[in-house]
Each structure stands twice: as C-alpha cells, then as structure tokens.
Design a protein around this ligand. Structure first.
Ligand code: ZN
Ligand code: ZN
Length: 355
C-alpha cells in the first residue's frame, strides 16, 4: 500500500515530463490527459465488447473510462452520453445475470434433449431457470466473503440478539442482508463499483457507491432493488411462518416488511428518496394516492408518514419534467405489496411484534 502510494506520487506526464500530483486527471503544464494510454485501451475494449453484442461489458468499461476523464470536458460529456445509452439498453433488455447470459449464448440444445420434443424443450428451459437461480444464489453468498460485511453483520446480530433473542435476530439480519444484496445485484447490472454491504446495528445496513449513477432512472433502479429483494425475502419468511406455524417467523416477516417500507420514505438518500427523484410531479401525486389508499386499507400509520413526505416531494421539491414510468410501477407495487405483507403477517401468523 505504502509502496503503491510512493510510486503514484512520483508519476510523470507522458507529454512534457513534469511531475504530477496523485489524482490529477490532466497535466497542469501541457493539458495532456494523465491516463491517456489507459483510456485508449478502455475505449478499444469497450468498442470490441459492443461489436460482440455485449453491452453490459461495454458499460463497465466506459464507466471506468469516465472516472479517468476530467469533468466538464467534451470527452467527459461524450462518454457520459455513451454510458447513459448503454445503461438504458441494459435496463430495457434486463441483462442482469451474466452467468445465465453466457450460458444461453454458449451452445444450442443438446441432441438428446432435442430428440425428446416438448419434454426436452422444457428440460432445456429449466436449465436456464436453474442457471438464473444459481447466479442469484452465488451473488447472495458473495457479500459474505467480505470480512467487513461479515464482521458488521455479526455485530448487528449480537445487538438484535440481546434485544429480541437469537431467532428473531438471525431472521432480521438475514432479511436485511438480502435487501442489501438487491442493491449490489442492481449495481453490478449497471457496472457500478460499490463497497460491500456494512451493517449498522439498529439502523439496518448500507452499500456505499464508488461511482455515481448517470441519471435519475439508474439511481431509482438501484435504490428500489433493495426493497424489492428485501420484500421477496419477507414473503419467503411469511410463507415459512404459515407452513410451520412458528410465531417467531411471523414476527420476522412483519418486522422485515416494516423495515423495507420505512426505506421507501421519499427523503434524503433513503431508497424511496432515490426512487422519487426519478418521478415527475404528476407521478409523485399518483404515489401519494397509492400511499393514502394503502393507509386507509391497512390502518398502518407508517403509510401516513410516508404519504406526508410524498406530498412534500410532489408539491414543493424540484422534479424532472420527464418521469420514469417503471419507477412509479415499482414504487407503487412495493407500497401495496408491503402493506398486504405486513397485514398478512399480523392477521395470519399472530405476530405481535410491537414494531
Ligand atoms: Zn504535461
Ligand atoms: Zn436499501
């Protein structure tokens, strides 16, 4: 580490030979790009990836190039436009799981399966579902290989344990972890670098971005991916609670629903806040209506609180002219889904979590 820093501080400009301070992107004497050679390589690789029909790979490379270009220059603007276009393509085509994608491209159906007709085709399709699930499973385990994640996770587990007992603590931490990995999966899909998830006992967890989203749509996608995965985890726990009739599971499902819902508060850098920034004013009023209706139906006051914050965002905060329709669909579905989930956990499992 120390050696690397020393080497960096004595870097010299390729053009004029003057000494360059670390982190400089342009030479102050001759205005030459410090990382010119690396940028050329990245551009060539990205071009090749695009020609191969691999926009997700090209996206990662252009994003890396963007970091090496000084903001405010024509080149920076050009590459930003490229990243935006590629990100939209990756988003529209749902190119999220490179493992399954590579699998699909590799080869056609084996002869044995082709000979089996419809059954063979079903088996062949099942293989992709399996690859997809394995891909998601692999990703889920990925976070656990990070020491910082594991350590903060155990710390959070200990805190919840002393407060509510080990069963509840374990279930809650697992649900928070899945929520965070939803963000990680979305970030990977858009080729954005980020830190491993870190737990803060009592507050949940977070992932710190190392690259910034190019537009509100991308930010909203990454933001809402956490509650989407987190809600899926809560549904699994609820089903397990109904099957086993184990009360602790019902309480975990209810708490997980509540936690994901709290994150939909459209304020600051909370997941909901990042989603709301991509919504036009009219769309925000639709979200207010959805929140109001869900509050009326469930009687859960958290919906009222989120609704009031949403009213503020719809009436007073700045909003883009052009909103993102998918964000509104995702946000509304999350609100209604979590309302139903919390209600079901309360009424069907007898969970009396006072959360
Ligand atoms: Zn120079
Ligand atoms: Zn989140």
């Amino acid at each position: 580490m120390a050696e690397a820093l020393a080497a960096e501080s004595t870097q010299r400009c390729e053009g004029c030979g003057s000494e360059l301070a670390p982190r400089l992107l342009t030479c102050p004497s001759c205005r030459k790009l410090v990382h010119g050679a690396r940028l050329k390589q990245l551009a060539a690789d990205a071009q090749a990836a695009s020609e191969r029909g691999a926009p997700a790979e090209a996206l990662v490379l252009w994003r890396e190039a963007l970091e090496l270009l000084p903001p405010g220059t024509g080149q920076h603007a050009q590459v930003t436009a490229r990243v935006t276009a590629l990100s939209q393509e990756v988003d529209a085509r749902g190119l999220s799981v490179p493992i399954a994608e590579a699998e699909r491209k590799r080869s056609g159906m084996p002869k044995v399966l082709a000979g089996m007709g419809a059954v063979g085709l079903t088996l062949w399709k099942f293989k992709f579902v399996l690859a997809l699930l394995l891909g998601k499973g692999k990703l889920l385990l990925l976070g656990l290989t990070q020491a910082s994640t594991l350590f903060s996770m155990l710390l959070a587990l200990g805190v919840y344990w002393t407060a509510w007992g080990w069963r509840f603590a374990l279930g809650l931490v697992a649900c928070i972890y899945v929520h965070e990995m939803g963000h990680v999966a979305s970030l990977r899909r858009f080729g954005m670098k980020a830190s491993a998830p870190m737990f803060i006992p009592g507050l949940g967890a977070f992932v710190r971005l190392k690259q910034s989203p190019v537009d509100g749509r991308e930010d909203a996608r990454v933001g809402l991916a956490g509650p989407i995965w987190g809600s899926a985890a809560a549904v699994v726990v609820l089903v397990a609670a109904l099957v086993t009739e184990w009360k602790a599971l019902g309480a975990i499902a209810h708490a997980a629903a509540w936690l994901n819902l709290f994150n939909l508060l459209p304020l600051w850098s909370l997941d909901g806040g990042r989603g709301f920034r991509a919504l036009a004013r009219k769309q925000r009023w639709v979200a207010v209506a959805v929140l109001g209706a869900t509050w009326f139906l469930t009687g859960e006051n958290l919906f009222l609180l989120i609704g009031l914050a949403a009213v503020f965002q719809a009436s007073m905060a700045s909003a883009p002219e052009e909103g993102d329709a998918r964000t509104l669909v995702e946000y509304s579905a999350l609100v209604v889904g979590l309302g139903a989930l919390g209600w079901a956990a309360n009424h069907w499992t007898g969970a009396t979590a006072a959360l």
